[in-house]
Design a protein around this ligand. Structure first.
Ligand code: TXA
Ligand code: MG
Length: 316
């Protein structure tokens, strides 16, 4: 159900849940201090209660309403990347609902850049809990239509067009003067490191080693319903496509012999922007398997690699 800005604001103030656009993906937003509303978010997403939510704020001036400290490292990151696709995890004030933080002693905070998200934040005057507006483990939505397709028509959606970043925010935990990357995003680890200027306390992504544990992060996050296979070589993909009931996603030009081919730019920023929409379209074809050409293993592609690897993971 589509709602306009005024309706979205009124619903959120009343303790209801509304899907809103952000620059990364659509979020399922509600008053982060209203436990009834928080429970509704978990129910709509069918999300386990051990997976905490991010609080979205209008500006960094509100950080100390939620966190006990705003250390210099976090302030530097906020100055460099907020508003924008970065989430900072800090020690939580006791007043922050334990439903929201899933019992963790920390709280995740983000100041989004999207103009409509900003209007909702400023005009409600609230901190908004907002996980991605999809069912648990499924693909995140980057359009209002994706939200409706995934969650059904009873969830109110504020349409702000297609999200420009296209994948979820980078998450960094700050503990005093140390930091740790918890989720890759389009703000790279190198960009974070250049701003904070100190070593991260734990290693992050090295080839296929998993990232440090993020509460509730599930191996099958970001998965289309159709099985996905990732190919390091174009030749191997083309071979697998022969006689298969498949669709393919290629980097740059090219096509498979039979079955639908999707081509995304061989450039990480545009690729990320279009990735989830392309995966949603591929999923809708109801073929047996989606074949995806893996991007190069270069730093600017790491977040995309992370999402594609998760999308292609099997249960066993
Ligand atoms: O780009 C984004 O971050 C989007 C938009 C809507 O802002 N939101 C999003 O939320 O991706 P969600 O809930 O789908 O993913 C948030 C991740 C989860 O994996 C959760 O475990 C982690 O953030 N997280 C939340 N609170 C945390 C905390 N206190 N400590 C560590 N990780 C936390
Ligand atoms: Mg999510």
């Amino acid at each position: 159900m589509q709602v306009d800005l005024a309706q979205a604001i009124a619903l959120i103030k009343r303790g209801e849940v509304v899907a809103i656009p952000t620059e990364t993906v659509y979020g399922l937003a509600a008053d982060a201090r209203n436990e009834g509303a928080l429970k509704q978010i978990f129910a709509i997403k069918q999300r386990p209660t051990n997976n905490p939510l991010i609080v979205h704020l209008a500006s960094s001036e509100q950080v100390l309403d939620w966190a006990t400290v705003f250390p210099p490292l976090a302030q530097k990151l906020a100055a460099a990347f907020w508003p924008g696709p970065l989430t900072i995890v800090l020690p939580a004030k006791e007043s922050v609902s334990s439903i929201l933080r899933a019992g963790e002693p920390t709280v995740a905070l983000r100041v989004p850049a999207h103009q409509i998200a900003q209007q909702v934040l400023q005009q409600t005057g609230l901190g908004l809990a907002a996980p991605s507006a999809n069912k648990y483990t499924q693909l995140s939505p980057t359009t209002a239509q994706h939200v409706a397709n995934g969650l059904g028509n009873s969830v109110p959606v504020l349409d702000g067009g297609a999200c420009q970043v296209g994948i979820e925010s980078t998450i960094v935990a700050i503990d005093g003067d140390q930091w740790q990357l918890l989720r890759l995003g389009m703000i790279s680890e190198a960009q974070v490191a250049s701003v904070v200027g100190v070593q991260s306390k734990l290693p992050t992504l090295q080839d296929d080693k998993p990232l440090p544990k993020v509460p509730g992060q599930h191996l099958l996050h970001y998965s289309p319903k159709t099985p996905v296979e990732l190919f390091a070589s174009r030749a191997a993909l083309l071979q697998a496509a022969e006689n298969a009931d498949c669709a393919a996603l290629l980097l740059g030009e090219g096509k498979i012999a039979s079955g639908k081919t999707f081509n995304l730019p061989n450039e990480p920023v545009s690729f990320a922007e279009q990735l989830y929409d392309t995966l949603h379209q591929m999923d809708a074809l109801a073929v047996a398997i989606l074949l995806i050409e893996a991007p190069p293993r270069q730093p600017e592609w790491l977040a995309i690699h992370d999402r594609l690897t998760r999308a292609s993971r099997k249960l066993n």
